[in-house]
Design a protein around this ligand. Structure first.
Ligand code: SF4
Length: 268
């Protein structure tokens, strides 16, 4: 009974265990985090079935940040030999480690991989007008930067697609606690269905998959970066800190989204 309550609680809380006081700090992320939940096999089967379903929505693409969840999804797409393209947004502010992983992924991925970048003129004008550190001065400026470097290229990347796949998980943050497996809220306005095959996965599930399939991942995860975005806006987290504490840490929790996943889903 106690074990059942403990398991239920660990499924409820967000990924606060990203860095535990009881895990040796020198271990790689695979050894630190890999810990499948009780329902891992069922969740894996669910994710595989959802990806097969997504593949029927031609044309369909995966949006990859090259984070831990996204390398799992790309690996699943490859392993299932699904006809699903992959794209990455290179914001022009990524870590060298992320760019190196992008190069390795492009070299070995079976699925076609595209890279979308912001409009150089828009970036140059913004930096000239507001300075390179504008994102730290106000939420509006941070969102303006995300708009130029992420949201606009994302809209271009999704043009012509009927469906896209993301690595959103319910445990990532309170804002994502209700992420559905299939989100149809943009079908009417954009003719776009979103698939979130890892919606039910825990952080331990993600790393269990990476560890057992020897999936290539961003070495920043070994340095306590659970969530990796642009270099200026991403930091390592400390013992006990929340999963999303490494992103836009100077802002209030409720504002911590970049615009890529801000909406109210209708379907589950
Ligand atoms: S995460 Fe930071 S650097 Fe990247 S687009 Fe947003 S504000 Fe700009």
């Amino acid at each position: 009974m106690k074990a059942a309550i403990k398991a239920a609680m660990s499924d409820k809380v967000s990924d606060r265990s990203a860095v535990s006081a009881f895990t040796p700090l020198s271990l790689p992320a695979t050894q630190r985090h890999a810990s499948p939940s009780a329902g891992f096999d069922a969740k894996l089967a669910e994710a595989q079935a959802l990806l097969r379903q997504a593949a029927a929505f031609q044309p369909v693409t995966q949006a990859s940040s090259l984070g831990a969840e996204d390398v799992v999804i790309t690996h699943l797409i490859d392993a299932l030999a699904l006809d699903i393209a992959v794209f990455v947004l290179d914001t022009g502010a990524l870590h060298p480690e992320t760019l190196a992983l992008l190069e390795r992924t492009g070299a070995k991925s079976r699925a076609p991989l595209s890279v979308y970048r912001p409009e150089p003129k828009a970036v140059a004008q913004f930096v000239e007008r507001e300075g390179p550190d504008a994102m730290f001065r106000s939420i509006d400026l941070r969102k303006a930067c995300c708009g130029i470097r992420k949201t606009e290229p994302l809209a271009r990347a999704l043009q012509g697609y009927r469906a896209w796949i993301t690595g959103l998980r319910r445990q990532q943050s309170h804002a994502r606690a209700d992420v559905p497996l299939i989100d149809t809220s943009e079908v009417t306005t954009k003719n776009l269905t979103q698939f979130n095959p890892l919606a039910h996965w825990t952080w331990g599930d993600v790393w269990h998959y990476i560890a057992t399939r020897d999936v290539d991942y961003n070495p920043l995860h070994d340095q306590f970066y659970p969530s990796i975005g642009c270099a200026p806006c991403t930091r390592a987290i400390s013992l006990g800190e929340d999963f999303r504490a490494g992103r836009w840490w100077w802002e209030d929790d409720t504002t911590k989204e970049c615009g890529l996943h801000v909406k109210k889903p209708e379907a589950a």
